[in-house]
Design a protein around this ligand. Structure first.
Ligand code: F6R
Ligand code: MG
Ligand code: MG
Length: 370
């Protein structure tokens, strides 16, 4: 039997401002998914929140891009939007960019990461959820997990990982994709994924001839670019990812180790600033200081015939205190730049924000220098 895990998320109203999700929205989602479980559309589910994003984690046997599962997510977000409107939450329905569901949630505003695979004898899976940042924020940690021997010692000392992995990379501007093998093509791969605002890791696969089927992903990342969908800036994408671990894949500890360095990502206040990505517990997944700093939570599960056994709050651990302290220092350092780059994003990345409106007001005042 193959299991599908779908992680679908949307910001349908913040509380207060863009900080967190109101508990009433979580209750709506809980009720909707409980009913879908009773009706056997899904096997299991968990409702989570990361910053102002409502997260629906679902397991089922319907495959990726399943209309009924996507419609369930869409209708759940719609119902949550109604409650958000009633409570006058901030930006109610912000990510619901379409009036009616049209068969697939992709391109309609919410973000999604999905994988279908054959469940192994024991199947650890980690769901990562970020707030106040972009899909490319996953490039560095996913690269570290599956391609960096400095991070993942299994690549060096475990024969079942030693052949490396295959990466599916998307050019999100031109809507093209390329498959690349690590470690053989590592330098070319880094030429792309180091430019994280354009080239985004979409999936990672085991290689042919290994322990695991080469066509079943080991990791999947959401790549929905809200501003390209909406035609105008409506917030950063706040991406999510699913990563399977152990027995021929990076160990759970290697997967988490990839977040021990709080790397700089774009997003934060007004989706317009670079700042450190801070791994936090579920409880601390609230974006307060300058609407941030950008955060990531990790929910760990064992899958048991589709049942999501968990979650374990993976960053709720003093082992990540040092990372958090470092993130706070970096946050302070970046904030001291005020309105200046590289804290503020470069102009080309501000094209889809509210800045062009300000520039417009100034344009008639410019005169040639001569
Ligand atoms: C970032 C984000 C917030 C808002 C900011 C201004 O993704 O959502 O930082 O951009 O709070 O929000 P508005 O323009 O709605 O007042
Ligand atoms: Mg918001
Ligand atoms: Mg958000």
């Amino acid at each position: 039997m193959k299991t599908t895990v779908s992680l679908i998320k949307a910001d349908v109203g913040g509380f207060p401002g863009h900080v967190s999700v109101h508990p009433d929205l979580m209750d709506v989602a809980e009720k909707e998914l409980m009913r879908a479980k009773a009706e056997q559309l899904i096997i299991d589910y968990h409702v989570l929140r990361a910053g102002d994003d409502l997260q629906l984690l679902m397991s089922h046997s319907n495959g990726c891009d399943n209309k009924d599962v996507h419609e369930l997510a869409w209708n759940t977000f719609k119902k949550a939007t109604e409650v958000a409107k009633d409570l006058k939450l901030y930006g109610a329905g912000q990510d619901m960019l379409s009036d009616a569901f049209s068969g697939n949630i992709r391109g309609m505003g919410p973000g999604s990461a999905e994988m279908e695979f054959t469940e192994r004898k024991a199947e650890p899976i980690i769901a990562f959820m970020m707030d106040k940042t972009e899909p490319g924020a996953f490039n560095l940690p996913i690269y570290k997990m599956f391609a960096s021997p400095e991070n993942t010692s299994g690549l060096v000392i475990d024969p079942s990982c030693h052949n490396g992995f295959r990466f599916e990379i998307w050019d999100i501007m031109e809507h093209k994709r390329v498959f690349m093998n690590a470690p053989e093509e590592l330098y070319s791969m880094l030429a792309l994924i180091g430019a994280k605002s354009r080239y985004v890791i979409k999936r990672v696969f085991p290689k042919e001839g290994g322990k695991l089927p080469a066509n079943e992903p080991a990791a999947a990342i959401s790549t929905d670019k809200l501003y390209q969908i909406a035609g105008e800036y409506v917030g950063k994408d706040d991406p999510v990812a699913l990563v399977r671990g152990q027995s021929g894949l990076p160990a759970v500890g290697e997967i988490l180790e990839a977040f021990a360095f709080p790397h700089l990502v774009s997003g934060w206040m007004r989706g317009s600033h670079n700042g450190p990505l801070m791994p936090v517990s579920f409880e601390n997944a609230i974006c307060t200081r300058f609407d941030g700093p950008p955060r990531v939570i990790a929910a760990g599960f064992q899958l048991s015939n589709g049942r999501l056994v968990g979650p374990m709050d993976m960053f709720d651990d003093p082992a990540f205190d040092y990372t958090r302290r470092m993130a706070q220092e970096i946050a302070e350092y970046m904030r001291r730049h005020g309105a200046f780059e590289p804290h503020r994003l470069p102009l080309e990345d501000m094209e889809y924000t509210t800045l062009p409106g300000v520039m417009n007001k100034l344009k008639d005042r410019f005169r040639y220098i001569g």
